[in-house]
Write a protein that binds this ligand. Structure first.
Ligand code: NAD
Length: 264
């Protein structure tokens, strides 16, 4: 499905990013596995991707640092020739109530979750515009997939920094989509609900926590990283070539106001 395409996934040594990098490799893309810590985990992802007969390497970079993002994409163009798919996935939480939240907690989350996505999208878009459409590779000049969250539209007490960052991702994604579409670039987002990864371990690692969580999920299942990886792979492929500026919610129905299921 993605044979001959080159993908970069940020935060690809854990959780959703890891599953996405593996899925893109399995679909035929060469993949750069970005990480900021735990290089061994990144190398394990690279090894799995290479087992599909495609190229892959790990690249350390902090997505909130402009120079590091620019040199990550420059190296990719040098080593793999170009970039076709950017998955801006890296993200984190620094939770606190509004009155207890430190400026550092606020700033860190905005820097990684929002500024990081802007820096990655900008670097990718520059390469897409430089290269243009190569019809035998893809109908579009390039694809950007922003990893958002249901919290781009659901307010979340105790997580003002995170919810604000994902709300920002929604408007960043839509604005970039509008601006870049005339140049053949597709920008979209995937908004996961509750997915079983290290970022939210507290929400699912005891039976009681999981039971509480399931009350918020009409489909009554916590998501797996592969649920998101499949959506990203599809969005990045030409099967979705007419999809521009959309958020694909992959959330088991979490955004369906489950509190109203019994009539409200
Ligand atoms: P995770 O903690 O397993 O993965 C996050 C990844 O981002 C890790 O590899 C981490 O090292 C990396 N990262 C953090 N800061 C970075 C930086 N400055 N530069 C580069 N990489 C950095 O969590 P996850 O659940 O896989 O999260 C991936 C994305 O999915 C995040 O954007 C998160 O907000 C989003 N998301 C997750 C869920 C969920 O339920 N798990 C729900 C909605 C959205």
């Amino acid at each position: 499905m993605l044979r001959g395409q080159k993908a970069l996934v940020t935060g690809a040594n854990s959780g959703i990013g890891k599953a996405t990098a593996i899925s893109l490799g399995r679909a035929g893309a060469d993949v750069v596995v970005n990480y900021v810590c735990e290089p061994q985990a990144a190398e394990a992802v690279v090894a799995q991707i290479k087992s599909y007969g495609v190229r892959a390497y790990a690249h350390e970079a902090d997505v909130s640092q402009e120079d590091q993002v620019v040199s990550m994409v420059d190296r990719m163009v040098e080593e793999l020739g170009t970039l076709d798919i950017m998955v801006a996935n890296a993200g984190l939480q620094r939770d606190a109530t509004a009155t207890e939240m430190t400026f550092a907690q606020w700033q860190k989350v905005l820097d990684v979750n929002l500024t990081g996505q802007f820096l990655c999208a900008r670097a990718a878009a520059k390469e897409f515009v430089r290269r243009g459409v190569v019809p035998q590779v893809s109908r579009s000049a390039g694809k950007i997939v922003c990893m958002s969250s249901v919290h781009q539209i659901i307010p979340w007490s105790g997580h003002a920094n995170y919810a604000a960052s994902k709300g920002g991702v929604l408007m960043l994604m839509q604005t970039l989509a509008q601006e870049l579409a005339p140049q053949g670039i597709r920008v979209n987002a995937v908004a996961p609900g509750a997915i079983r990864t290290p970022i939210n371990r507290d929400a699912w690692d005891t039976a009681a926590a999981e039971a509480d969580l399931l009350q918020l999920i009409p489909y009554r299942r916590v998501g797996d990283p592969e649920d998101i990886a499949n959506a990203v792979t599809l969005l990045a492929s030409d099967l979705m070539d007419y999809v521009v500026g959309t958020t694909l919610y992959v959330d088991g129905g979490m955004t369906l106001f489950p509190g109203f299921a019994t009539g409200g």
